[in-house]
Design a protein around this ligand. Structure first.
Ligand code: ZN
Length: 623
């Protein structure tokens, strides 16, 4: 087979002398007689027009931004199913082309939310969405008790600042300001707000101090700024933070301060002026009765899967996620435009259309390659790589026959020929395949390679299953996760040239005598503006599974050579305790890690096969 390829390719070069021509003619005749059994050595070029048409369709208003639980997403899955079917590809889901699964999409307020204040014997009920609103990640439940003011609710060892110093909040309601003391900006070098400003950090900190509920207020407003309650569901957090969390208007809290003989603006000013906490307990004459009633919302979504069989049972996966943010959720980077459709033309109609275009090019070559191709359109990516994780957990083809996974996520905004390719170190043959592909396709991209296969898209689910992956990406841009990620900004000609290169990679992978072997990449660098996880405190080395676990954080993998690996932790372990802090979810883990120091030895508890296992992890410096 390999000789045949070199013979055929030599025929394309004009030969200089007659003898070589005669040899070539003989070779051509030989080749022709064998063509019936030879695999094709190239596929047609990608068509930028067809490609852009698919993006337009997927990013159209009737697809509603392809948010989980929207009719638009269901419409998108129908469209993909129809396209795969009309190409004559085999259904490869659990229900025809579809593989349905359930995701948590958010939360909704139910009927029983109330807030009653009792100030010096005077009882008053506040009005939902006018005076108060619960956070979408608040626990449901009810509590009546007294109140402690805890400044900004921050415990920041690194700044020698603790709003909880000298006050007892056990079984109390804590009242706090949004954001953080001004001194944090000075001490952290004015690089924007620190993690202490985040609501979820404040909630976890309050819970770890034994409080029963958190009430927060906007506090001092900028000139002309209105004292608005946050929109329910607009701030991201876990499904349940493990503590009640509500916002009230400044004016409500200002009355409590007044009844206690204090002034809210003065106290806030004092904290910022002196750089010191000013926490205090309100007199017991202030009692609050809180009731929060929230329900998680779920949706049934589908991966769409189509198969092009090869001569053997081995295959590769060519995939991309097709879901996006709908009308914007807590992942929107334009919070003021939540409610508007986030069309996600680049993220990731561009990759989805890429899969369709490759399916169109390969479909006529059914049965001609040694290996098959599974074309996969994943859902639930924006919620945490859920569709790809579902497929790896419940593979619809034998997963041990999958020799490589190619993922396209945001390939539509190639600028100045710059392309990022990740995972190059995860397969033994990838580097040379990519070099060949670039040559064959004539693409003159400036490619930035990265060896590791872990980054924020679906290929990560496959690395954890020890499948070699390649990740194609054209870089972040200012329209990312905003309503302005529209189809007219797509660079279709460049994307089509990248698809030519990817189709050549696929072609080599389905034809090569031996498939790439998986290689574990120990070190990695961040790529194309995707954070390698910096800012999360010291290095621990686990790869969390974003799928839902009842309690704790499940590791889909543990990086080899990392502190976690050295401590004997492994894939499948569920972290439930980190030092003195219980871990209920990923937010708890991130918070605990940020509060730790490099070199610290932390006693952790994981659940392994249902039994607790203890381990000591020495935290290291992130590289
Ligand atoms: Zn995205």
């Amino acid at each position: 087979m390999r000789n045949m390829i070199s013979v055929l390719s030599r025929l394309r070069v004009p030969a200089a002398d007659a003898i070589r021509i005669r040899r070539s003619v003989i070779a051509a005749i030989l080749a022709f007689s064998l063509l019936a059994t030879a695999a094709p050595t190239s596929v047609g070029p990608a068509d930028p027009k067809l490609y852009l048409n698919d993006i337009k369709t997927l990013a159209a208003p009737n697809m509603e931004g392809r948010g989980a639980g929207t009719r638009g997403l269901a419409k998108a899955s129908k469209y993909l199913e129809h396209r795969y079917k009309s190409l004559g590809l085999k259904p490869a889901g659990t229900n025809g082309y579809l593989q349905p699964f359930t995701v948590t999409t958010g939360a909704k307020l139910k009927s029983d939310n109330s807030f009653v204040e009792q100030v010096g014997g005077k009882k008053q009920a506040l009005v939902l969405n006018q005076d108060f609103v619960p956070a979408s990640f608040s626990s449901s439940g009810s509590f009546t008790g007294s109140v402690v003011f805890v400044g900004y609710g921050a415990s920041a060892d690194e700044f020698q600042y603790d709003d909880y110093g000298g006050v007892d909040v056990k079984d109390k309601i804590v009242l706090m300001l949004r954001y953080e003391p001004e001194i944090f900006g000075e001490k952290s070098g004015h690089q924007g707000l620190t993690q202490h400003s985040q609501l979820i950090t404040k909630a976890i900190n309050a819970r770890n101090h034994g409080a029963k509920a958190v009430i927060f207020i906007n506090g001092k407003l900028a000139d002309g700024e209105e004292d608005l309650l946050m929109r329910f569901g607009s701030v991201s957090g876990p499904t349940d933070a493990g503590i009640m969390l509500l916002q009230v208007k400044n004016a409500v809290a200002a009355d409590w301060f007044q009844a206690a003989g204090k002034s809210l603006p003065e106290v806030q000013q004092q904290i910022n002026h002196l750089g010191k906490p000013a926490s205090f307990s309100f007199p017991a004459t202030l009692q609050l009765s809180l009731r929060v009633d929230i329900e998680a919302t779920h949706a049934r979504v589908n991966n769409v899967l189509a198969y092009l069989p090869g001569k053997t049972s081995e295959y590769i996966i060519v995939g991309a996620h097709y879901d996006h943010l709908g009308r914007g959720d807590s992942n929107s980077l334009a919070p003021s435009q939540i409610g508007q459709i986030h069309p996600g033309a680049d993220d990731n109609a561009s990759g989805t259309a890429g899969v369709l275009e490759l399916a169109r090019l390969f479909a006529p070559l059914k049965g001609q390659f040694d290996r098959g191709i599974l074309f996969a359109s994943f859902s639930g990516e924006e919620l945490g790589l859920l569709g790809s994780a579902e497929w790896v957990k419940e593979p619809t083809l034998p997963i041990d026959k999958c020799v490589a996974m190619l993922n396209m996520d945001m390939i539509g905004r190639i600028k100045d020929g710059k392309v990022y390719i990740g995972g190059v170190g995860t397969g033994t043959t990838f580097k040379s395949i990519l070099e060949q592909a670039q040559k064959h396709s004539g693409a003159d991209f400036k490619i930035e390679y990265s060896a590791g296969g872990y980054s924020a898209s679906d290929h990560t689910s496959f690395v954890a299953a020890k499948i070699p992956v390649l990740f194609f990406f054209s870089g972040l841009h200012s329209d990312y996760h905003k309503p302005s990620d529209t189809w007219d900004k797509i660079n279709a000609p460049s994307a089509a040239r990248l698809l030519d290169m990817i189709s050549d990679v696929a072609l080599q992978l389905v034809s090569a005598p031996t498939p790439p072997k998986f290689v574990t990449v120990v070190e990695d660098k961040p790529m194309g503006g995707i954070s390698g996880g910096g800012g999360y405190g010291p290095y621990f080395g686990s790869i969390p599974d974003f799928g839902e676990v009842k309690d704790g954080v499940r590791f889909s993998d543990v990086r080899p050579g990392s502190p976690a690996a050295k401590a004997g932790l492994r894939a499948g372990d569920i972290l439930v305790q980190f030092g003195d802090k219980p871990i209920h979810n990923l937010y708890d883990f991130t918070d605990a890690l940020r509060r730790s120091k490099v070199g610290e030895v932390v006693a952790v508890r994981v659940m392994r096969d249902g039994k607790p296992v203890m381990a000591s992890v020495r935290l290291e410096q992130r590289k």
